[in-house]
Design a protein around this ligand. Structure first.
Ligand SMILES: Cc1ncc(COP(=O)(O)O)c(C=O)c1O
Length: 424
């Protein structure tokens, strides 16, 4: 039987402290970690970051890193600085990510100069965003916001009118490309009326048009992902073209999701036939870690996935599953793996074994044997109580968000601990 690790809970597990966690774990092998444990392969994460700099360069775009997947100082640096290039623009999905960037010293040291708050602006967040903007401008940086409704414009104006020194907000107009999440539709009459109102606002300066083709996660080929990428560009470019009829100004066309960004290349650029009324910016986040949802697109292979969850097999149930297959229980459930699903069945794949994470409750994960191989007729019954297994789940962003710190691995040992920014 595998030797069983015993751990006591120190105080810094409750209030994570990087120095104390580094002292506990750096140099330790992965099987010495308390499970469930979220593990990031630093070299693979950095390689994914480097590759995206190449994609942006070859496709002819500047790069904006979305920080929502890892939410860490260390991950931000790898996203922005590689031996291919350097970018200084980020997009965040929470104010805590934004303040994490500031407090992590990334604005003061010039790593981040342009920070976009990537949800349509919440009207109760303007004081905080203003404070953030003041902090960034001290170092020559800027905060940008997203808008997609005229009530936001009205509120920004009222808010600025009440200030001693009113400012103009640099905004991206969020475009709805069919995801039906946020954004306005490029319907010419209503869009131009919207833009006229926005351009007339003393509280706003339009920086560009932004879209995110979340539906591109359904791609199953490079061709489909490239077509979604071209669609994102067409949408933002149509918006810029219509906006130019209202006001002649250069715009930034900001596009991307992991599948479309992975498809950005010199060849994809050649497929864009229309003249662009703006400069291209590629934004993306999940590509740093990757997961089963991205594996299903066929744009990546298993060796590129830089994250996994370690879990311990805590019980075993012979013949309990469908068709008499075995089941086992592990200590990684919904709050270690998320309950996100994808087109690959199950909640996760066990690396190197023919088992899947088939069902999950809050802290329990039910492992199910994969049906017998049709050629050999064999099933994998090699799991034992006490085994440590490695699981790749469906959606890295939500899985990472479930963990209080990440074990960052080198070749076979922990080399660092990253503590993510929590909260909203
Ligand atoms: C507004 C916005 N922009 C960009 C992204 C990045 O997409 P991805 O993580 O697929 O690269 C996301 C992800 O959800 C998003 O919500």
């Amino acid at each position: 039987m595998t030797p069983i690790l015993q751990t006591k809970t120190p105080l810094h597990f409750i209030n994570p402290d990087k120095d104390a966690l580094v002292a506990d774990f750096v140099g330790k092998p992965l099987n010495a970690l308390r499970t469930p444990a979220f593990v990031v392969d630093r070299a693979l994460f950095a390689k994914n970051c480097r590759k995206m700099h190449e994609n942006a360069r070859d496709w002819g775009a500047t790069f904006r890193g979305h920080l929502k997947t890892h939410k860490t100082v260390e991950g931000t640096k790898l996203q922005l600085i590689s031996n291919v290039g350097r970018a200084s623009a980020v997009v965040v999905s929470t104010l805590m990510e934004a303040w994490g960037v500031v407090q992590g010293g990334l604005v003061a040291d010039g790593t981040v100069k342009d920070l976009l708050y990537g949800l349509p602006v919440g009207l109760n967040k303007l004081d905080d965003l203003s404070a953030l903007h003041a902090e960034m401008t001290k170092y020559g940086g800027t905060v940008r916001i997203l808008i997609d409704h005229l009530d936001q414009v009205k509120f920004l104006e009222e808010y600025e009118r009440a200030q001693e020194h009113p400012k103009k907000w640099s905004v991206f107009i969020k475009m709805n490309g069919g995801l039906q999440r946020a954004g306005i539709l490029p319907e010419p009459v209503s869009f131009k009326a919207f833009m006229r109102r926005v351009f007339a606002s003393p509280a706003i300066s339009v920086f560009g048009f932004y879209t995110h083709a979340g539906y591109s996660y359904a791609s199953t080929s490079l061709e489909q992902a490239t077509s979604h990428l071209t669609g994102e560009v067409r949408l933002t470019n149509d918006a810029a073209t219509m906006a130019l009829e209202v006001l002649a100004d250069p715009f930034v066309l900001s596009v991307g999701s992991t599948p479309t960004a992975l498809s950005a290349s010199a060849e994809a650029k050649l497929k864009m036939t229309s003249t662009l009324n703006g400069t291209l910016e590629l934004h993306t986040g999940n590509y740093t870690m990757l997961d089963l949802q991205q594996l299903h697109t066929t744009l990546i292979g298993r060796p590129q996935i830089s994250q996994k969850v370690l879990a311990t097999v805590i019980s075993y149930y012979p013949g309990r599953g469908s068709d008499g297959l075995d089941e086992a229980m592990c200590d990684a459930g919904g709050i270690a793996m998320s309950k996100d699903t994808g087109r690959i069945p199950g909640f996760g794949e066990v690396i190197g074994k023919s088992w899947k994470l088939g069902r999950i409750s809050q802290e329990h994960g039910i492992l199910v044997q994969v049906p017998p191989d049709p050629e050999s007729g064999r099933t994998d019954s090699a799991l034992r109580v006490g085994d440590i297994i490695e699981i790749v789940g469906q959606h890295a962003c939500l899985i990472a968000a479930a963990h209080s710190w990440y074990y960052v691995k080198g070749s076979d040992k922990v080399v660092d601990i990253w503590i993510p920014w929590k909260g909203w």
